[in-house]
Design a protein around this ligand. Structure first.
Ligand SMILES: [Zn+2]
Length: 393
């Protein structure tokens, strides 16, 4: 039996149980909900087809950002336990004022045969939610699957890379994934956000995507028009399933400076390749911190690295190590701007990056220096590597 057929049977079995039978949560009180499972999975069928719908007991509580800080913290902790193929796309409260995370996930048997599912996990009882997550992944989420449909795969990394290069540097035929961008553009149109369907992630698509993010309640770095995993998963509901997902993770530190988990992993690997300690002089999420940075460190993925203890050759070797793991990295000197010598690096594909950092990635892709002059990259040929990103490395 193939996986889809197995799935269909699993769905049928689930549907025969009282747990999944009710259209409305309240109506389910007549059934015996004594088991822990029943508590962890309240009426997923009520979610079928329309997360926007509020015509039942669920009170749509809006976006993750709008949730109370306690709930938001619980959601963040839960997000860390989900698989790479899952995202929290909404937080809802039930009639008893309990908070639940709506998790959208999916997987692909082949490039063209994918299945999408939604499940709900408690945010008031994070331990039972963790248990439910574990159980579900052991059972391959079969009994929690709803509305299974064969959906096309969407290569998230390819979309994000185009979203970072093409607004500033025009359509790049050398970048893969035009069909994926078209799918995103079709999704936006289907949501009533008009944008041209041409496979070019330009300024028009960026504005349209930012509108989609704002509609989901996102603001600031979460609404720049660069797709993140949650907004993309929400757009893909019943349309596509994400593959090659990029997750920047929570904020943490490296060398005493603030970075996200993805950037930290990249720095650790670059450090291993380089064979010496990397010391940061500036991290990420530092709006207005250093004027000379021109906003490039306002969001995720940006770091400045000290070179004071390195020889000239070592400085170039470090640039190469950073580029190898997927940074757009340049050696900066005082002759180029109001700074002392350092290496400035932006993690290609970071979905939290600021728009000025995004434009630097675009410059890097076309062999420019990412400064106001947009001059050719002065890195010696021996220290250059093909354009890449962390998930591809
Ligand atoms: Zn910098």
């Amino acid at each position: 039996m193939n996986k889809l057929a197995t799935l269909a049977v699993a769905i049928a079995l689930s549907l025969s149980g009282s747990l999944y039978a009710g259209e409305h949560h309240e109506a389910d009180h007549s059934h015996d909900h004594a088991t822990a499972d029943a508590k962890a999975v309240p009426d997923p069928l009520a979610q079928s087809g329309a997360l926007d719908s509020d015509d039942h007991a669920w009170l749509a509580a809006g976006s993750i950002d709008a949730a109370s800080s306690e709930v938001a913290l619980a959601a963040e902790a839960l997000a860390d336990q989900l698989t790479d193929e899952e995202s929290i796309i909404e937080i809802q409260r039930d009639a008893d004022d309990k908070a639940w995370a709506v998790v959208l996930g999916g997987y692909c048997d082949t490039e063209s045969s994918c299945v999408q599912y939604t499940r709900m996990l408690s945010l008031d009882e994070p331990e039972s939610a963790a248990g439910a997550t574990k159980q579900a992944s052991q059972a391959q989420d079969m009994k929690l699957v709803i509305a299974p449909t064969a959906l096309p795969a969407l290569h998230m990394a390819n979309v994000v890379i185009q979203a970072q290069v093409e607004p500033f540097r025009g359509n790049q035929s050398g970048l893969a994934g035009d069909a994926d961008v078209r799918r995103v553009q079709q999704g936006l149109n289907a949501k009533g956000i008009s944008t041209t369907v041409d496979g070019w992630y330009g300024n028009g698509t960026t504005s349209a995507y930012a509108r989609w993010q704002r509609r989901l309640g996102y603001t600031g770095l979460d609404a720049t028009g660069i797709p993140g995993p949650s907004s993309l998963a929400a757009l893909g509901q019943n349309r596509f399933v994400l593959t090659h997902k990029i997750n920047v993770g929570s904020r943490t530190t490296f060398s005493g400076k603030r970075v996200n988990e993805r950037t930290r992993a990249m720095l650790r690997e670059a450090q291993r390749l380089f064979g010496r300690t990397i010391t940061l002089t500036q991290g990420s999420y530092n709006p207005g911190g250093v004027g000379a940075s021109g906003g490039t460190h306002d969001g995720g993925g940006a770091v400045d690295i000290s070179v004071s203890s390195l020889s000239q050759t070592q400085r170039w070797q470090l640039v190469r190590a950073l580029r190898k793991v997927g940074f757009a990295a340049w050696y900066r000197t005082p002759s180029q701007g109001p700074w002392s010598s350092h290496i400035h690096a932006i993690a290609v594909g970071d979905t939290d990056m600021s728009l000025s950092a995004r434009n630097q990635v675009a410059d890097y892709y076309v062999g420019r220096n990412g400064l106001a002059s947009h001059a050719p990259d002065n890195t010696p040929t021996a220290y250059r590597v093909p354009f890449t990103w962390w998930e591809k490395y």
